[in-house]
Design a protein around this ligand. Structure first.
Ligand code: SF4
Ligand code: FES
Length: 362
């Protein structure tokens, strides 16, 4: 049998070899860092996910070695497979970055700005996406969508106003449970996640919809309003569970277990789905064998301040800027230490009116 030849694809000036059939998104993930486009609906563990949110749009500037014509429009990288010799622009494409800005604006059209009271704050993909790709103003003047509040059972809380219709929870319910219990009803602006006949979702693995939801539309009722995620400390733990692998992440404050979730990888996707018993009913330290502090791969508030003296637990993403721009940047500086703006001897509360550069002159 002849060996399958890998395809060479260049993304943001960095070349990588991947197997035929790999999507542009996964090829970019193989490079890592900022070269990987953000993904709000694609989820590698869920079959058929992707193609809904368009946050992963990229520019294909060369189709392939055989047909070098560029693709006429931006393409969804989670749904487009690579060709040999393909050249792709993500962070080096103004068009892609501009489109992404538009997508963020569209996703936020109906999304309430309730991060201060939302349990997902601090680990919300939409929050991160808006910080990285959004604009600081909204042009939207109309009333946002509202929905009748719906109770979907004792453990999961649904805030339909926060939903971005990524379909991840629907695929998770479809693929992890043996009967379809919830789905998307209605169309267009009226589309909503719901349970048929308001039936409670009772299945051992249904709690996983909380972990796959990129925003705060599906949250854990046993953790609601109990703590902010950045005040809790994630540790990896396991137990002998007859239903799932029992490998989880505990979110602790002192000796208390506030929340149990599946372990997530650096792309924010769960490593292994866990059962409801582990997630909702094992909230004591004695239920678990603690392995140690979780490695936080992503830049996140969760990484802030938890591991003083143990910084090795926060794994930095690779810095690829030299390779992307083809040369080392002339100067990379820490503006706080170089600019003198942070002069501790200047007491801002004593300055009349707003501070001015003159106030910082020696
Ligand atoms: S509830 Fe969450 S996971 Fe489900 S479609 Fe909405 S945003 Fe996606
Ligand atoms: S991640 Fe590709 S379209 Fe949503």
């Amino acid at each position: 049998m002849s060996e399958v030849q890998n395809f060479k694809v260049t993304i943001d000036n960095i070349t990588v070899e991947v197997a035929p059939g790999t999507t542009i998104l996964n090829a970019a993930r193989a490079i890592g860092g900022e070269v990987a486009p953000p993904a709000m609906c694609y989820y590698s563990k869920l079959k058929d996910s992707g193609g809904k949110c368009r946050t992963c749009l990229v520019e294909v500037s060369k189709g392939s070695e055989k047909d070098p014509r560029p693709m006429p429009k931006l393409v969804a990288s989670c749904r487009t497979t690579v060709m040999d010799g393909m050249e792709v622009k993500n962070i080096t494409s103004e068009k892609a970055l501009d489109a992404r800005k538009g997508i963020v604006e569209m996703l936020l059209i109906n999304h309430p700005l309730d991060c201060p009271v939302c349990d997902q704050a601090g680990e919300c993909d939409l929050q991160n996406l808006s910080y990285e790709h959004g604009s600081e103003k909204t042009r939207y003047e109309f009333k946002r969508r509202t929905f009748e509040k719906e109770d979907i059972g004792p453990y999961i809380s649904l805030h339909m106003t926060r939903c971005i219709m990524c379909f991840r929870c629907v695929y998770a319910a479809d693929q992890l449970t043996d009967k379809r219990e919830h789905g998307i009803l209605e169309r267009g602006d009226h589309a909503q996640i719901s349970t048929m006949l308001s039936k409670s979702l009772d299945h051992d693995f249904i709690g996983n919809v909380i972990d796959v939801c990129p925003v705060g539309a599906l949250t854990d009722k046993t953790f609601r309003f109990k703590n902010r995620v950045w005040f809790t400390k994630p540790v990896d733990a396991h137990r002998d569970c007859p239903t799932c692998t029992g490998k989880v992440r505990l979110w602790m404050r002192g000796p208390e277990v506030f929340r149990v979730t599946a372990r997530k990888d650096k792309w924010g996707e769960v490593e292994e789905f866990i059962c409801n018993t582990c997630r909702f009913h094992k909230k004591e330290t004695k239920d678990w064998v603690i392995e140690g502090p979780s490695v936080v791969d992503r830049s996140s508030v969760i990484a802030q301040g938890h591991y003083q003296g143990n910084v090795g637990m926060v794994k930095e993403q690779p810095r690829l800027i030299d390779k992307v721009i083809g040369k080392a940047p002339k100067l990379l500086m820490d503006i706080h230490s170089i600019s003198d703006v942070n002069r501790p001897d200047v007491d801002l509360s004593q300055i009349e009116g707003p501070a001015h550069s003159d106030d910082f002159k020696g």
